[in-house]
Design a protein around this ligand. Structure first.
Ligand SMILES: [Cu+2]
Length: 697
């Protein structure tokens, strides 16, 4: 039974000859140490959960060469539980057979470069021709052979083999390992374990050292080929990075506009021909997962000062399947820095930005998703209001839009700086309570998890015109109230400036990134103290259940100020791109954050989902490999300039029957606008699964 293609066979083949030598060396070098009380990082370590074919979940049969062999999940005298794995080779002329962990993001344990791990398995073997073998996932090369660890001597009784790995090489994020048999005989295994052996942490559930509480960043060993100003997570897990001219007037003059699609699992990029200068456009995923892109840069400011930035009317749909842009009709007004919010019916409302003549766009621009076109001015309700640049417009459960006060460039809107816009009734109602509304430039607003609670958090901000120290303000609002009013939230934790200089008590940050995580917390990261200057190194975790920040999360080693973004990847990590300081340079580095939950144990496995289409108000059955705490849908991000008004986390109440779970989707499309979502479950150890993609419709 081939459970997946085995692209590594040739590589494994090549290293076969060297194995005996390596094993001998490692047996000398790798002294098994005492194991600490750290979490077992493996999924299904006891082989107790099997899939529909009866084979253990997260394990696979592999190997190469010419042999007569069989795999069996045996129930006869396993080391513990009901299952052990038995590999029998009855004749062999070349090659080997392996029982190996699955090389996928869900099953492969996450590791930290530089750390060592104690790996162990219980076994019985009738042949000494056996070896524990390890592969690693290199962020630039994919899965590659890493090392052999230890032979398993013959034993008729259950015996435990423990070996400590060498330090994990740089640029590694996951490993898999297993046992190989390359002689005639029978090898049984059971009760695998893998524990971070780097930090002694007796009595805790995590032994990964500081990463247990702070998480950890990795800077990729390659750069983005484009200036990562706009980032959209696509329905296939890849990331659309749009630069257009990338804030480079020379590129604009040359007509050089760039887009790349990044594949996080392979570290590869695909260049996409870009039809217009989509620099500072708006973007949002449509119900079918294609990306609607609107506006962009018609011109840079004139050298003689006769005009400022001008907005394009152009609009395109990017298709993740064909990697192409298709033009749709023009918007009614030019849009440089427009917002884009998807509505419960799948239509899109775009507000704000600068028009073709550099003046503020006052039109409400409405994209009809069924006709796939922008309505003309008089087909859409018009309030003729200027909403500023990238106004954060969050869809409320009753279909109105909450303007959070988060915006880009300069002062907030006149009045209280926040409001509720009812498109249908064509009314705008002021919302009070936003603190210091004229210093919330490039703050960030998020609809807190779960969307059902209808609470918004707005974080930080500054003002590029008056250029004060950015602030630590946060504001919370409960949109379920009849007359919602912002209340002051806890201050953003203080960070450090360049050189490790601590911020003063009054200093905060603008260019904030806030990312909803599968466990229902909000990771906030990045930022700077001043206009395109003075990066702030600070990251924290906001818990919506307690309205508190946990300070001291690991900070991105790369400055992330103007034109930076951070967003959730399907595997539960956070990716950050961009930084465009005042000297005009652009930081092309990519960093990826592993939250603390990735160090606390094996990941829960979503074994099956009853189809990827999901109608409102219905329950979807999934099966999992063990008890889970909760389940949620997260809308993939489409972020730029600290602005992603569509980011949301939709709680899925569960009907639990053992490991079969009915997930109940809201009947209100305003809580979960149609589109592709990432479905996560969270295990009892607080560790989230890798996402499964489902389409809500
Ligand atoms: Cu910009």
């Amino acid at each position: 039974m081939n459970r997946r293609p085995l692209p590594l066979l040739s590589r494994r083949d090549r290293i076969r000859i060297a194995q005996v030598v390596i094993v001998t060396l490692l047996l000398v070098l790798a002294v098994p140490g005492k194991s600490f009380a750290g979490a077992n990082l493996l999924s299904n370590p006891g082989l107790e959960v099997v899939d529909s074919t009866g084979f253990p979940v997260c394990w696979e049969q592999s190997g190469w060469g010419d042999s007569t062999h069989s795999y069996e999940v045996t129930h006869t005298a396993p080391h513990s539980g009901a299952n052990a794995m038995k590999v029998t080779v009855s004749a062999i002329t070349s090659g080997d057979r392996k029982a190996l962990m699955l090389e996928n993001p869900s099953c492969a344990p996450n590791v930290t470069p530089g750390h060592q791990y104690d790996v162990s398995a219980w076994y019985k073997s009738t042949t000494p021709n056996t070896v524990m073998t390890m592969f690693r996932h290199d962020v630039a090369q994919g899965w590659v052979y890493w090392t052999d660890l230890a032979t398993l001597t013959t034993s008729t009784a259950w015996k435990k083999q423990t070996v400590r790995t060498p330090p994990v090489p740089a640029n590694t994020d996951q490993v898999v390992w297993g046992v190989t048999i390359y002689g005639v005989g029978t090898l049984q295994t059971d009760d695998y374990a893998m524990v971070d052996a780097t930090q002694a942490a007796p009595g805790t559930s995590c032994s990964a050292g500081p990463a247990c509480t702070a998480g950890a960043w990795q800077v990729m060993p390659f750069n983005s080929p484009v200036r990562g100003i706009h980032a959209v997570v696509l329905k296939n897990g890849n990331v659309l990075l749009v630069a257009g001219s990338g804030n480079d007037p020379a590129a604009f003059a040359a007509g050089t506009f760039k887009t790349a699609v990044y594949s996080p699992r392979t570290g590869t990029f695909t260049a996409v021909p870009t039809p217009a200068d989509l620099f500072c456009s708006g973007h949002v995923q449509l119900a079918d997962g294609r990306v609607l892109i609107m506006g962009g840069n018609k011109d840079y400011p004139a050298a003689d000062g006769s005009h400022g930035y001008k907005g394009l009317k152009d609009s395109y749909i990017f298709d993740p399947d064909t990697l192409g842009y298709t033009k749709v009709n023009d918007m009614s007004s030019g849009s440089w820095y427009p917002s884009a919010t998807v509505m419960g019916n799948g239509d899109v409302i775009s507000l704000g930005g600068l028009g073709e003549d550099s003046s503020g766009t006052v039109a409400t621009q409405y994209f009809d998703s069924s006709e796939e076109r922008w309505l003309s001015l008089n087909e859409a309700n018009q309030s003729w209001s200027f909403w500023g640049l990238y106004p954060s417009m969050v869809l409320m459960q009753d279909g109105r839009l909450f303007y959070t006060g988060s915006h880009v460039f300069g002062n907030g809107l006149p009045g209280s700086g926040a409001s509720i816009y009812d498109y249908g009734a064509n009314t705008i109602t002021p919302v009070t309570g936003l603190q210091n509304k004229d210093q919330r430039d490039q703050s960030m607003s998020v609809l807190l998890p779960p969307a059902q609670d209808q609470r918004v958090l707005t974080l930080g901000g500054g003002n590029i015109d008056s250029n004060p120290d950015a602030n630590r303000l946060t504001d919370l609002i409960d949109l379920k109230q009849a007359t919602p009013v912002y209340q002051p939230g806890p201050p953003l934790p203080g960070g450090t400036m360049t050189g490790g200089v601590p911020q003063t008590a009054a200093q905060g940050k603008m260019y904030v990134s806030a990312v909803l995580l599968p466990d229902g917390k909000v990771f906030e990261t990045g930022g700077a103290l001043h206009n395109r200057a003075d990066p702030v190194y600070e990251a924290s975790m906001f818990n919506p259940a307690t309205n508190t920040f946990t300070p001291g999360m690991a900070t991105d080693p790369v400055p992330r100020g103007y034109h930076s973004s951070a967003f959730l990847l399907p595997d539960g990590r956070v990716m950050a791109v961009g930084d465009n300081p005042g000297d005009g340079t652009f930081d092309m580095r990519i960093s990826v954050y592993s939250p603390p939950y990735l160090f606390k144990g094996g990941r829960p496995q979503i074994l099956s989902v009853a189809g990827d289409q999901w109608a409102y108000g219905t329950s979807k059955q999934i099966t999992v490999d063990g008890p889970i705490l909760k389940a949620a849908l997260i809308r993939p991000e489409a972020v730029t300039h600290s602005s992603d008004p569509n980011q949301r986390y939709v709680d899925l109440p569960m009907t639990v029957t053992g490991t079969t779970i009915g997930l109940n989707l809201t009947s209100n499309p305003n809580l979960a606008p149609p589109g592709w979502y990432m479905l996560y479950v969270v295990g009892t150890n607080g560790v989230p699964s890798v996402a499964q993609w489902v389409q809500v419709k």
